[in-house]
Write a protein that binds this ligand. Structure first.
Ligand code: AHR
Length: 639
């Protein structure tokens, strides 16, 4: 957490008022604050997934994005008077799931060789003194073996590192080599150069930094994965969003396509207008959850495609389509297999595949989402009912999360809730993107939800902006989530990541490019709630003036015994509140205050990423005190 620690001892202002009521407490969800990950805005390929080669398997196509093809992001190079040809073929691929590959026919390698150059996702970032792991699949098509040079250059043509490999197989074979980089660059390029006469097929040309997050192979970009981990999310929902139910039935996210060796995974069009390699697949998601202590929350399609399929976002298109009813048993089995893959013993069919991938122990899957903000039509309902009945019967230990449409109200919301009540679905996923004013005005939303009905996962929400005011409106709303943490069990801001120049959706929580990361003010709000969360909520501790601009909550975390007060002021003037801690056992005066404040329109940017960040200081609390909440601020007091 990027925060400044100012160690000053001060007293909270004291103008004591007597409180009539004793605090009442209730248990709330310990998993309330998590994250939502979707491969939108280049969040996975070109983002969190550390693969540096773009279009590594020559699978890009115009259906991913107009103008793209198998050779997108590649350049044929013939240096030093060499000559030959390059073509893209598909007759004998490395695996049927990965049909395209390049064929190099080297007539004369010249002085330096001929081959292929890749400039990555807007250039590759390499650091002097660090190692990069190169790999490629090659099939020798000519009698003679073909030697290769693997080189990295900066834009000015300076060599940054090099290694060599030599082919020795007429079958597809994986070759690996390590590149030592001698000079840093933000815009490096990778070149694979055949330096002898012959003919070869090449595929899966890949380059990863050795230092991925936790040094995982096929891993994640370390700095970005750490920034996400610093949110200390209690759960991670993946792989989306609209990406889950996909752009038509053939584009739904099918988890089995995303596990196993990379060359056997099935890449496909990304609904957000680019390409998903599936290199960041279910194994990597579950592994990351475990690495950062978050519960996995996979969402699977409810047997229907996205209602916005085939058209511009929310407009036109072919609409929602359902899997043939005759194929539903097979589809439901796919979901049961996922649960076995995650939780089954290594002796089970799917547990064995998890073990084969390097994780013999179960992943302890507890939650599963079925559907993503689907239109609640008869086509949806019929399939959802079937999936729900089987998963519930076979896995009572798993909490199933249903869906109630894309908005906080309206037809789908009502129909979704009607179905949830009828089927007694344990939890439903609500989504809303609204103005900050809406969030401020709707803080009582969950106060009246029936505790006996389905619980709520607020799976996607954001207040349409990244200013401090937006973030504070979300903070005010989040105090109401804590107050209602007995009915809202999970929540996640959306979307999480956005790469500059490749952003389809704004606002997002974390902006990044290839080498910089700018967490938004909203990020710090999410972080402050997550790292200071509790499992017991206390009422009556903070006495708020009526009709004011403030919101507050008080929780205790039984794991560390700490009590957290959160005080939010979305107004332009400071506001006084009375705090009465007399009913809270184990009171100690020493406390840490974290303050997030600034101008209402202040934002964090790449140029000024630390414009609004939390500032810590030591304070002494009294059992009864008056506290002045600064204008436009969130204060967290940790006792
Ligand atoms: O978070 C961005 C998109 O918003 C999600 O993919 C979708 O579920 C929602 O409409």
């Amino acid at each position: 957490m990027k925060s400044k620690l100012i160690v000053i001892a001060c007293f909270a202002a004291v103008s004591i008022q007597a409180f009539a009521a004793k605090p009442t407490s209730k248990s709330i969800s310990p998993d309330l604050f998590g994250i939502f990950f979707e491969d939108i805005n280049y969040a996975a390929d070109g983002g969190l997934y550390a693969e540096m080669v773009q279009n590594r398997s020559f699978e890009y196509s115009p259906s991913d994005k107009g103008g793209w093809n198998s050779f997108t992001s590649w350049e044929y190079v013939a240096w030093g008077f060499g000559y030959g040809t390059v073509s893209v073929e598909s007759s004998s691929p490395v695996h049927p799931n990965n049909p395209h590959y390049a064929v190099l026919n080297i007539e004369d390698a010249g002085k330096e060789g001929i081959g292929l150059k890749n400039s990555g996702f807007d250039g590759m970032v390499v650091k002097a003194g660090e190692k990069y792991n190169f790999s490629v699949f090659i099939r020798q098509l000519s009698e003679q073996a073909v030697p290769f040079g693997v080189k990295m250059y900066n834009k000015k043509g300076k060599l940054l590192g090099e290694t060599t490999i030599a082919t020795d197989s007429k079958d597809w074979k994986k070759y690996s080599a390590s590149l030592n980089i001698t000079q840093s660059s933000d815009t490096a390029e990778l070149v694979l150069l055949a330096t002898g006469k012959g003919k070869v097929a090449v595929d899966m040309i890949s380059l990863f930094p050795e230092k991925t997050f936790k040094n995982r192979p096929n891993g994640m970009r370390a700095d970005l994965a750490q920034t996400v981990a610093d949110l200390q999310p209690k759960f991670i929902r993946f792989p989306g969003g609209c990406l889950v139910h996909g752009d038509g039935l053939g584009n739904m996210y099918r988890w089995k396509n995303t596990i196993g060796p990379n060359e056997q995974r099935i890449a496909q069009k990304n609904i957000w207008g680019y390409h998903q390699t599936a290199g960041l697949g279910y194994f990597e998601y579950f592994q990351y959850c475990e690495d950062i202590g978050a519960k996995p929350l996979p969402v699977v399609p409810a047997g229907v495609s996205c209602q916005n399929s085939g058209g511009t976002w929310r407009i036109g298109g072919t609409g929602q389509k359902g899997i043939q009813l005759s194929e539903m048993d097979e589809y439901i089995q796919e979901i049961l297999d996922l649960i076995e893959w995650a939780n089954g013993p290594e002796t089970s069919v799917w547990g064995a595949k998890r073990a084969e991938a390097g994780h013999p122990k179960p992943f302890h899957l507890k939650y599963i989402g079925i559907g993503n903000e689907d239109k609640i039509t008869p086509v949806f309902e019929e399939r959802f009912r079937q999936i729900y009945a089987v998963v519930k019967a076979k896995h009572p230990e798993i909490t199933i999360i249903g869906t109630v449409g894309p908005f906080h109200s309206g037809e789908d919301f009502m129909q979704g809730w009607k179905l949830a009540r009828e089927l007694e679905i344990p939890m439903v996923d609500e989504h809303y993107y609204e103005s900050p004013e809406w969030f401020i005005a709707n803080q009582k939303r969950y106060d009246t939800y029936k505790r006996s009905e389905s619980k709520v996962y607020l799976g996607e929400y954001a207040s349409r902006g990244n200013s401090l005011f937006n973030a504070l409106a979300e903070a005010a709303f989040m105090t109401s989530l804590e107050r209602n943490g007995d009915v809202v069990l999970l929540s996640s801001y959306a979307p999480l990541l956005a790469k500059t120049g490749h952003t389809q959706w704004n606002p997002d929580l974390i902006y990044f490019d290839n080498y910089k990361i700018a967490p938004t003010v909203n990020y710090y709000v999410q972080q402050l709630f997550s790292i200071n969360s509790g499992d017991t909520y206390f009422d009556q501790v903070i006495n708020l003036p009526k009709d004011s601009t403030v919101a507050a909550s008080c929780v205790r975390n039984s794991k560390n015994g700490k009590v957290f007060l959160k005080l939010v002021n979305v107004g332009k003037t400071a506001q006084k509140v009375n705090i009465d801690l007399t009913g809270i056992s184990g009171f100690k005066s020493k406390a840490i205050k974290t303050l997030l404040t600034g101008a209402g329109d202040a934002k964090n940017t790449f140029e000024n990423p630390q414009n609004v960040v939390p500032v810590k200081s030591e304070i002494k609390m009294k059992r009864k005190s008056e506290y002045e909440i600064p204008a436009m601020s969130l204060t967290v007091i940790e006792m």
